[in-house]
Write a protein that binds this ligand. Structure first.
Ligand SMILES: [Zn+2]
Length: 245
């Protein structure tokens, strides 16, 4: 996509123009049960729900549906419905997962490795890096935090919590412990502070690793949490270099 559209900087990443170049029309309107939908046929469309919570989420939805189109996930089927746009923890290892492929396509299209890797690889993890991606690439804070975790050299994970539970977690390759989806938020976490009081520290805090993960070899974990415009709290957690067995 970078080469096709000659994108050299974040300002060149115009996902609606990309979709248009592939012959897709974007229609905002009422959509039940999905944030966006791809309709094939003579006049292919990306339909985007008018309830999409932010322009950043809208851009991601368009990039996701464009991914289904470009990767030809649905062949001759007239339309596709995305029922689950959150990252999946488990999938069958031998089966292609079109939703995950579309998510990866969207993340790479909106936040190309060549433009974001440097800031993610070199620095100590911090949501400030994710916020800089939000500012430059017009992406959401959760999507930007996931991208940071994917490209970071550190042992880290991005976690979204809402309604008292862990909605999802994405782990860096070196983060071998798992933060399970659906688990109750531990009251010792910074995220729990926000969920119970409506406010939380905007600074990273070191806490007992057992608040997030079940691993006897890890003593401390650092957590940096912030509320998300679309709802819930995003937490970036990482293992400090000198705090563990
Ligand atoms: Zn999809």
């Amino acid at each position: 996509m970078l080469h096709k559209f000659g994108a050299l900087s974040p300002a060149h990443i115009k996902v609606e123009a990309y979709a248009s170049a592939f012959g897709l029309t974007i229609v905002d309107g009422q959509l039940d049960g999905a944030r966006a939908r791809l309709t094939r046929g003579k006049k292919p469309q990306i339909r985007v729900s008018e309830r999409t919570p932010s322009e950043a989420a809208r851009r991601f939805s368009i990039a996701h549906e464009l991914g289904h189109h470009v990767l030809d996930h649905f062949g001759d089927k007239p339309h596709a419905v995305c029922t689950d746009t959150t990252p999946k923890v488990k999938r069958h290892p031998n089966k292609r997962d079109f939703e995950t492929e579309a998510q990866v396509f969207a993340a790479n299209t909106l936040m190309p490795r060549s433009m974001v890797a440097k800031r993610c690889e070199t620095a100590t993890p911090s949501l400030a890096i994710a916020q800089s991606i939000v500012a430059d690439f017009k992406t959401s804070l959760p999507a930007s935090t996931i991208r940071l975790v994917e490209l970071s050299m550190e042992c880290c994970a991005a976690v979204l919590t809402a309604n008292g539970l862990i909605s999802w977690a994405v782990h860096s390759p070196s983060f071998t412990a798992r933060i399970p989806r659906g688990k109750a938020i531990d009251p010792r976490t910074v995220a729990a502070d926000f969920h119970s009081t409506g406010t939380c520290s905007d600074k990273p805090r070191t806490l007992a690793a057992s608040a997030w993960i079940d691993d006897d070899d890890v003593v401390d974990i650092v957590e940096h949490s912030m509320p998300v415009e679309e709802g819930g709290v995003i937490s970036l957690v990482w293992l400090p270099k000198n705090g563990n067995r």
